[in-house]
Design a binder for this molecule. Structure first.
Ligand code: FAD
Length: 469
């Protein structure tokens, strides 16, 4: 029967990893793929991470939408795996399960004062301006004149750019109305991006740097001393890193031309990279109520290439500020006690996407490799996991005989729901892809009046109400 020939597969998480894995799995002529997502809406960090002023990056959504439109693919949002349904239950219902649920925890600074008001993770700040429901209460206080971002990666740069961009330049993006309102009132004039290591170790691209250098109304502050001796070292590094470092070096050491000098002189805002500084403590205000600065240990580099480490020189320096955003990386959470998890690395232990010691269980994306790499990296890695799964299927390594797939899970979900409205709602009510398309149309319509591509819905209860759930 067709039932017997239909491999039932499910994917947990609908970010790039989930969608690219599904796309590859659908190359199998009969496979059916269900994508479970805890948010009521799809696309993971493409919706909730990628900066609102980079709309072109979000074009991958068109590819994901095509995948979702396949007759053999279904999206089930508003279903949290590990809470509403367990991984063993999915393993019962499907021939194979792929975990692609990303890396949602941020790494803590683990320094005194981290818990003070005025300190938050860059990830929460990003979630706030991008409409992630759980971050809507963040209320960042932008009444100070200096913000310090701990970290020098692309997320740190995104956050600095959003803090310093003239708000009228964000008006036609999909940034939330609430965030735009707060940014309009912002008094932040200076943003420091602090890194333990030097200019050769920054983790952003030349394109992202150029965008910062050209940011309207803002000027760069770089200390030429940080670049001493770099000219020689640059020759040995790979070309992309070389070009990036050359641009940093030029910006730090060359006198700008007259037009650029005039632009910088009239700039009311500034951003700077503070190298060779390691955060030791968040300093409290005199009344002890909030953050008023960061104590930094001065460092120098030891070792070569990848092994370069920052070691403290013994000198300290205090950097006053009213807002501290930590952007030092993420880690995944364990989703279910039955799934092996490496809590040190924050990933699911796997070999090319096959979860160690658990046949039929796979992983892809940030939960597989760790939270680094762009969407393109995640794509390659997810296709590889898809390939391994299809190989195992072909080799007869997955359970034989029919599996019920969504029918079994739907029955479980209708009897569950731990939210406050569980009883009223009558179990967990999944949001299908056509439901999402209704929400999408609603968002686009709400944006139209103000010239925005969309006004994101930020309240899951409102979304479910709009769907009549
Ligand atoms: P995610 O995109 O995080 O997807 C995981 C999904 O799983 C989420 O939808 C989540 O809600 C869901 N989930 C989590 N737990 C559960 C559960 N228990 N049950 C069900 N579902 C669950 N890359 C670029 O190429 N360009 C950029 O401009 C760019 N900007 C970025 C900006 C930020 C702030 C960040 C953090 C990343 C950025 N990236 C960018 C990197 C890119 O977002 C990642 O490479 C990619 O999103 C990783 O894909 P993923 O599917 O593994 O994780």
């Amino acid at each position: 029967s067709t039932q017997e020939k239909t491999p039932q597969i499910c994917v947990v998480g609908s970010g790039p990893a989930g969608f690219y894995t599904a796309q590859h799995l659908l190359k199998h002529p009969q496979a059916h793929v269900d994508i479970y997502e805890k948010q009521p809406v799809p696309f993971g960090l493409v919706r909730f991470g990628v900066a609102p002023d980079h709309p072109e990056v979000k074009n991958v959504i068109n590819t994901f939408t095509q995948t979702a439109h396949s007759g053999r693919c279904a999206f089930w949002g508003n279903v949290e795996v590990g809470r509403d349904v367990t991984v063993p239950e999915l393993q019962e219902a499907y021939h194979a399960v792929v975990l692609s649920y990303g890396a949602e925890d941020h790494r803590a600074l683990e320094i005194p004062g981290e818990e003070l008001p005025g300190v938050c993770s860059a990830r929460a700040f990003v979630g706030w301006y991008n409409g992630l429901p759980e971050n809507q209460e963040l209320e960042p206080d932008l009444s100070c004149d200096t913000a310090v971002i701990l970290g020098q990666g692309n997320v740190a740069l995104d956050v600095a750019r959003i803090l310093l961009t003239p708000p009228e330049h964000l008006e036609r993006t999909d940034i939330t109305k609430a965030a735009l309102g707060v940014l309009r009132q912002s008094r932040v004039k200076t943003v420091w991006l602090v890194g333990r290591r030097g200019p050769l170790q920054v983790a952003f691209t030349i394109k992202e740097l150029r965008e910062m250098i050209q940011l309207p109304g803002a000027r760069p502050i770089l200390d030429p001393v940080d670049f001493l001796g770099l000219q020689d070292k640059i020759k040995e590094v790979p070309r992309p890193r070389k070009r990036l470092t050359e641009l940093l070096l030029r910006t730090a050491t060359e006198k700008p031309g007259p037009a650029e000098a005039a632009r910088q002189a009239s700039a009311s805002r500034a951003w700077g990279l503070r190298f060779f500084r390691s955060p030791q403590q968040v300093l409290p205000s005199p009344d002890g109520r909030r953050a008023a600065g960061v104590r930094l240990a001065v460092t120098r580099l030891e070792g070569v290439d990848e092994a370069t480490r920052a070691v403290p020189t013994g000198d300290m320096e205090d950097l006053p500020c009213g807002l501290v955003l930590s952007s030092i990386g993420y880690k995944s959470r364990p989703v279910d006690p039955s799934v092996p998890f490496d809590s040190k690395l924050g990933v699911i232990p796997n070999v090319e996407g096959r979860v160690m010691d658990v046949p039929g269980l796979y992983c892809s994306g940030w939960v597989k490799r760790g939270p680094t790499g762009v969407i393109a990296t995640t794509m390659t890695d997810s296709f590889l996991t898809g390939q391994m799964l299809l190989q195992d299927l072909k080799a007869g390594l997955l359970p034989s005989g029919p599996r019920p797939g969504y029918a079994a899970i739907q029955a479980l979900l209708s009897s569950r729901g731990l939210g406050p409205d569980a009883e009223v709602l009558g179990g967990v009510r999944p949001v299908s892809f056509s439901d999402w398309e209704k929400l999408d149309a609603e968002e686009v319509a709400r944006g139209q009046g103000t010239g925005k591509p969309r006004e994101k819905l930020v309240d899951p209860q409102e979304m479910l109400r709009l769907l009549g759930h």
